[in-house]
Design a protein around this ligand. Structure first.
Ligand code: 5RP
Length: 232
């Protein structure tokens, strides 16, 4: 669901190698928060292999699709709603800058992903090199919005300088797992990420934006010359 376009075999191989490296950080006894997307699905497969080999962990999932994939891989999936925290969050990203700030949400799960990231003692992201940017804003910034507030929130975001479009799934609006809509917002290169995040958070009806500025502790980047482990 995260990528409408099919990744090339090379990109899948880089994502898989990075996913394996991230999954190697997981230790028995951990509660692991899993993000959503094609990269996370590769991490789930790698985790399934480790669980078969004896690793004992539980996971919480940031989307229905991740929960389904995780159960199919033999993982123990717990509900998040009674949990105050998780040991480690593992997730993908759409853009990653050199300061480990990211844009997420092109798969539409950024609201739950941000909650689990905030609840995590550590967050690790997995990307292939095509996601690396020098500055965030190369592509769209997804923003989950209450359907009731669609027009109002769109106008407020336009006033912040973006071109806003409603994400569609065929002829109907795309709905998140919470049955909210997603506004895909083109800001261009974002000069002041913190200022933009604050301005977005102040809009009533804006439920969750895809800027992850403080959450990420480490990243595994699949590059042609190997896996880079980046930290803050
Ligand atoms: C979902 C996300 C994904 O992590 C992001 O879209 C990357 O997806 P993929 O791993 O499929 O490239 O933020 O909300």
């Amino acid at each position: 669901m995260a990528n409408c376009l099919q990744d090339s075999d090379d990109v899948v191989a880089l994502k898989r190698a990075a996913a394996h490296a991230a999954v190697a950080e997981i230790e028995s006894g951990m509660l692991v928060g899993l993000g959503t997307g094609t990269t996370v699905s590769l991490a789930i497969a790698a985790l399934g292999e480790r669980v078969l080999a004896g690793l004992r962990i539980d996971i919480v999932a940031t989307s229905r699709i991740t929960a389904l994939q995780a159960r199919a891989a033999g993982l123990s999936v717990l509900a998040f709603d009674t949990r105050a925290g998780v040991d480690l969050a593992i997730d993908g990203a759409d853009e990653l800058d050199p300061d480990l700030r990211a844009i997420k949400g092109r798969g539409g799960a950024m609201l739950r992903e941000k909650i689990v990231a905030a609840a995590a003692a550590r967050m690790v992201v997995i990307v292939d090199a095509s996601k690396e940017v020098t500055a965030l804003g190369r592509g769209l910034l997804p923003i989950e919005t209450l359907p009731f507030a669609a027009g109002f929130v769109s106008r407020r975001i336009e006033r912040l300088g973006a071109a806003v479009s409603l994400r569609m799934a065929g002829s109907a609006p795309f709905l998140t797992d919470q049955r909210n809509i997603v506004l895909d917002c083109r800001f261009g290169v974002i000069g002041d990420c913190e200022g933009l995040a604050q301005a977005l958070s102040a809009i009533p009806g804006m439920l969750g934006h895809g800027l992850f500025l403080d959450e990420i502790d480490a990243a595994y980047v699949g590059r042609k010359d190997g896996i880079a482990r980046l930290t803050r």
